[in-house]
Structure formats: C-alpha cells, structure tokens
Design a protein around this ligand. Sequence first.
Ligand SMILES: NC(=O)c1ccc[n+]([C@@H]2O[C@H](COP(=O)([O-])OP(=O)(O)OC[C@H]3O[C@@H](n4cnc5c(N)ncnc54)[C@H](OP(=O)(O)O)[C@@H]3O)[C@@H](O)[C@H]2O)c1
Length: 200
Amino acid sequence: MRILIIGGYGTVGGTATKALSERHEVIVAGRTRGDVQVDIADIDSIRAMYDAVPNLDAVVCAAGAVKWDTFDNLQQDDFYVGFRSKLMGQVNLVRVGQDRLNDGGSFTLTTGILGERPVPMTTSAAMVNGAIHSFVKAVTLEIRRNLRVNVVAPGLLEDSAPKLGKFFPGQTPVAMDKVGAAYASAVEGTMTGELIRVYE
Ligand SMILES: NC(=O)c1ccc[n+]([C@@H]2O[C@H](COP(=O)([O-])OP(=O)(O)OC[C@H]3O[C@@H](n4cnc5c(N)ncnc54)[C@H](OP(=O)(O)O)[C@@H]3O)[C@@H](O)[C@H]2O)c1
C-alpha cells in the first residue's frame, strides 16, 4: 500500500510510521518536517498536499493542536484552536480526501483517551476528541467508494510520560509498539467506523 502519515515524525505518528513502513510505502507529511509540508488547519494546504501526493491507499493523521487550560481561563478563541486544527483539520482531510484516495482506501484519525476519560484542564481537548469520535461513526454511513474511516485513541504514550505524566496520575503509560499496532490494524484490516482504544 501507498500510505500518507501526517505527523509521521511526531511521538504518536512515529509509532504508525515504524509499524507500517516495514510492509508498505510510507510518505510522511508534517507542518515543518517530512516529505510533504501541510497545515491541516488550512483547507487549501490540504488540497495542495493531496495534489502533491496522488494515488494513496491510506491516510493516517496523527497531527492537530488543542489548547490545554483551566475551564475558567479558556476563552472562546482558545477553544477555536482545537476546533480549527485537530477537529476540522481531520474532518477536512476526509472531506477533501474522499475524492482523492484510491477505491477502498482508508482514513485513520487520532484522538486520545481524554475523549472518554478527561482530566482537569482538558475541556477543550476532551470536547474535540468526542466530536471526532461522533464524526467517524456518522461519516461511514455516507462516505463513497467503499472508503473506510477509523480513529485511534491512545492513552498517554511512554515517550510522552516524562513531560505529561503529571497530568495523568495513576495511569500506566502505553507502550509505543501497541500504539503502532493499532494504526496498522486500522490500515491493514477491514474495519470501519471504529474507535480503537489503546488506553493501557
Ligand atoms: N503524545 C501522547 O501521549 C498522546 C496521547 C494521546 C493522543 N495524542 C494526540 O496525538 C496527536 C499527536 O500528538 P504527539 O504527541 O505525537 O505530538 P508531536 O510529537 O508534537 O507530533 C505532532 C506531529 O504533527 C505535526 N503537526 C502538528 N500540527 C500540524 C498541523 N497543523 N498540520 C500538519 N501537521 C502538524 C508535527 O509536524 P512538525 O513537527 O513538522 O511541526 C508533528 O510531526 C495530538 O492530537 C495529541 O493530542 C497524543
């Protein structure tokens, strides 16, 4: 398969790149690094990325910003950061991509454990994840050409634990290989509309 991984050099995306590049042609996109540059918050940039990388069998997205802060501090514009980037960025990858991928291709999006198990400071992050979960369920009812759409929701990754572990007291970080295997199962399997939880 020819697979585009957006954020494929990041912490989460790197697990997908490692798992899938053993068996497939992998092209990495990122905002500043990678074979192709894209800003998923900008739909014209998404269109240009698909123009630059035709003939794709699968798109994995492990990119997207969201603002963390207390509910009292988060202003409307802070919520819009996650809305424009992680939420609409991934929705637009599917909207534009449904006319670009090869028949029977797949999209694998990324959310995180916060969609179901939020911690303090994550009203925006949790909300965005939940919205993506609902989008994935609904879009599979209408998407054309047997395209599949799934979402991987990782818990805190082992490599992120030194920086972010303090926000997840009592949680055991998830092994990097387990997260990579979840992306591989979504891309190489036949599932669609699935929320693939990798919480432990
Ligand atoms: N780390 C965790 O433990 C964890 C757990 C659960 C969920 N998540 C979620 O997984 C996603 C990735 O997190 P991460 O920890 O892997 O972050 P990361 O290490 O900072 O990597 C993010 C990657 O995405 C790219 N990127 C960022 N914004 C982009 C944009 N607007 N357009 C295109 N590419 C963009 C970056 O490219 P450049 O480097 O070129 O800028 C980078 O390659 C986030 O949505 C996060 O909430 C993370």
